[in-house]
Design a protein around this ligand. Structure first.
Ligand code: GLN
Length: 233
């Protein structure tokens, strides 16, 4: 079984995209963040080491379905489309998509995105919201520019190549904090999303371990402490 193999190997593999501060990002040579702290607790519970695969966000579901990883912790929204291919744990964070623009931009609400060039992270919920993949958005952007790294979208925004960036609220806050004189995050929340950890479809054993760890972190108050630590960082 998956857990027996993990214990025999002495390590558990987690896949992520370490471009999403404060959930996963690089600090010198280390990958750190909220999801890394949670993943370390999962490894601890299994009594093994944590191995991290840092890959593009839009290949994370494939990492699970091709058996390259035991779980994905990547600020990933538990959405219906992904549920066809992976199983999600209990949720651990409430999120939404938000809009970042240059200070003084005429874009003040989501409707102002109509006819504009918007930067998104490839394969994310922000991408599908802006491209109106599901036909449920009430906005019609001129075009979406897709990036593998949120930071590249931000630099194109700063260079005037795009009019706005749509990205998850907590990473958006971090980007704005780094450029407080140039960037603003609008107050409007575009979506209601919940983050969960993904495991291979049908891997009940792994799912159970992950849910036990999340339940412990929630009931002990440890999860709030981890989140607060990265809020301040
Ligand atoms: N929460 C978003 C999604 O699941 C973005 C996650 C990310 O970029 N790491 O699509």
């Amino acid at each position: 079984t998956s857990v027996e193999k993990i214990k025999a190997d002495g390590f558990v593999t987690m896949s992520t995209n370490a471009e999403f501060e404060p959930f996963e990002y690089k600090d010198a040579d280390n990958i750190v963040g909220i999801d890394i702290d949670i993943s370390n607790k999962i490894a601890e519970k299994l009594g093994v080491k944590l191995k991290i695969n840092d890959v593009a966000f839009d290949s994370l579901v494939a990492e699970l379905s091709t058996g390259k990883t035991n779980f994905v912790a990547a600020g990933m929204t538990a959405d219906e489309d992904r549920k066809k291919n992976v199983d999600f744990s209990d949720t651990y964070f409430d999120a939404s998509q938000s809009i970042i623009v240059l200070k003084g931009s005429p874009i003040k609400t989501r409707i102002d995105l109509n006819g504009k060039k918007v930067g998104v992270q490839q394969g994310t919920t922000g991408d599908s919201y802006c491209t109106n993949e599901k036909g449920t958005s009430d906005i019609k952007v001129a075009s979406t520019e897709r990036y593998n790294k949120g930071v590249d979208a931000i630099s194109d925004l700063l260079n005037g190549k795009i009019d706005a960036v749509v990205i998850d609220d907590f990473p958006a806050k971090k980007f704005v904090e780094k450029n407080p004189d140039k960037l603003v995050k609008l107050d409007e929340a575009l979506t209601v999303e919940k983050y969960a950890i993904a495991v291979p479809k049908g891997d009940k054993e792994m799912l159970k371990v992950v849910n036990e760890v999340l339940a412990d972190l929630k009931s002990s108050g440890e999860l709030d402490k981890i989140i607060d630590k990265y809020k301040a960082a």
